[in-house]
Design a binder for this molecule. Structure first.
Ligand code: ATP
Ligand code: MG
Length: 167
């Protein structure tokens, strides 16, 4: 279906905000900061699949970051792609593990991962889904500082009177 990505992303993040607000420990509350382009981005896409990928990235950002830290979600458009990114101030990923992060069942450092729980499938599934949607997924991470996960999605130019070439 044809969807407004800005709206869809707000909808997904509102659910995370609601869960965070219900937490009994205010000092542990994460904050989600949204930095979206003012322009509406329209994409042809399966909303369930897209939601699954964003959920995975948000769950990881929360799971692998200290309590109360900030997660920044950005949405912007380039000429042919919508780019979404999720930045956390968490554990980061060791450089040698970055190429393996999207492999099935791979988890950084068994000891730390066991404590966190999980199967190591989230990112492998996310990669498959993003590729099905015609996009790419990648990560930029510094161990001990944090990670930014990016997703690109191709979009059709939609003539709503906007000047597409202005940016
Ligand atoms: P699940 O199947 O429940 O998602 P998981 O979170 O362990 O389990 P993935 O989401 O595929 O699996 O992530 C794989 C591994 O990559 C994680 O175990 C973790 O070590 C590392 N990782 C993923 N996201 C982050 C992040 N934002 N910061 C630091 N490490 C991360
Ligand atoms: Mg995960």
């Amino acid at each position: 279906e044809y969807v407004n990505l800005n709206e869809l992303l707000n909808y997904i993040l509102n659910r995370f905000d609601m869960i965070i607000e219900k937490d009994d420990h205010p000092e542990k509350q994460y904050s989600i900061k949204r930095e979206f382009t003012d322009k509406d981005i329209w994409v042809e896409l399966d909303t369930d699949k897209f939601t699954q990928v964003v959920d995975n990235l948000m769950n990881n950002a929360i799971k692998y970051s200290p309590d109360g830290s900030e997660i920044i979600v950005r949405l912007l458009q380039t000429h042919n792609y919508a780019i979404l990114s999720v930045t956390d101030q968490g554990l980061g990923i060791p450089r040698k593990d970055v190429p393996k992060i999207f492999d099935r069942f791979f988890r950084v450092d068994k000891a730390r991962s066991r404590k966190q729980g999980g199967t190591g499938l989230g990112l492998a599934i996310s990669k498959e889904v993003v590729q099905l949607l015609g996009g790419r997924i990648w990560v930029d991470s510094v161990e001990g500082k944090g990670s930014t996960f990016y997703i690109s999605l191709p979009f059709e130019k939609y003539d709503a009177g906007d000047d597409w070439d202005a940016e």
